[in-house]
Design a protein around this ligand. Structure first.
Ligand SMILES: Nc1ncnc2c1ncn2[C@@H]1O[C@H](COP(=O)(O)OP(=O)(O)OP(=O)(O)O)[C@@H](O)[C@H]1O
Length: 259
């Protein structure tokens, strides 16, 4: 059974200039433990779809189910991480992470101990008592990731999580995410604009059309992940898939340019 099931989903926004159809007839199933990326032209509804799986928005029609249950509101089984780290500036690293545990109902005494474990997991040992403003962008995003991971959601919903980072930090965060997801066995749905990132991280890359967004292509990513980043990214199999995804997105962004 799929863990996330999206069936015939449609969503419009009402604006001052009338109704905007953001998504139409979206169908997607994601298995437990799968890492799926959503790519597509700007404004095609990727974030809208992610927020609906998160329970922050409701579809106008169609169904979204997680573990066989209709999604109606946010829940601790789904953890969302945004591009903007959304940390509390008045709380330290440890307190920011512990806040996630408070929301999950972890008793006060355990919170700091569990938060400390997650500080180590994301490589921030020694920075527990720093405030967000004292951290680099990459470190802040590690805190945001740790805060979400700390309450152990089965599903991670990532909206351009590394979009604000420089390319080197971005690559090290990607490798960290892969390591964490493999050890904690998460199901991941990630929105990204970066085709290399999508192919490097995912088991499957899903391409959406221009608005109204619908799924137009899917690319399974069958690469040997026991190799290092350089071997993978320089391999023919990686580049073959990357090129296909890139062309599919380009075709959606400006169909006339590739006809
Ligand atoms: N709150 C809103 N009110 C009105 N229109 C909205 C709202 N949020 C999104 N939209 C519109 O819905 C469409 C889909 O937006 P969404 O942010 O989901 O796309 P996206 O693919 O994630 O975009 P990007 O890649 O640029 O982040 C866009 O045309 C956008 O302008």
């Amino acid at each position: 059974m799929s863990q996330i099931s999206i069936a015939q989903v449609e969503k419009s926004y009402q604006t001052r200039h009338g109704s905007v159809l953001a998504l139409a007839d979206v169908n997607l199933s994601i298995a437990e433990g799968e890492f799926v990326s959503l790519v597509g032209p700007s404004g095609c509804g990727k974030s809208t779809l992610l927020y609906m799986v998160g329970g922050f928005l409701k579809p106008d029609s169609g169904r979204i189910e997680v573990d066989g249950k209709l999604v109606q509101k946010p829940g601790l089984d789904r953890g969302l991480v945004f591009q903007q780290y959304a940390l509390f500036p008045w709380l330290t690293v440890l307190q920011n992470i512990a806040y996630g545990l408070e929301a999950a109902g972890t008793p006060r005494k355990q919170r700091l101990a569990v938060a400390a474990e997650f500080v180590s997991m994301v490589g921030l040992k020694g920075f527990e008592h720093r405030y967000p403003r004292e951290l680099s962008g990459g470190m802040q995003q590690r805190v945001a990731l740790a805060r979400t991971l700390s309450y152990d959601p089965k599903i991670l919903l990532l909206d351009e999580p590394f979009g604000a980072l420089d390319s080197q930090t971005r690559e090290s965060m990607q490798d960290e995410l892969l390591r964490i997801c493999a050890s904690m066995r998460k199901t991941v749905l990630m929105v990204t604009h970066d085709v290399n990132e999508a192919v490097y991280l995912s088991k499957r890359v899903v391409v959406m059309s221009r608005r109204p967004g619908t799924i137009v292509d899917e690319f399974p990513v069958d690469i040997d992940r026991s190799q290092g980043r350089e071997e993978i990214m320089l391999s023919d199999s990686f580049n073959d898939i990357r090129n296909k995804v890139w062309l599919a997105v380009r075709h959606q962004a400006s169909p006339e340019s590739v006809l």
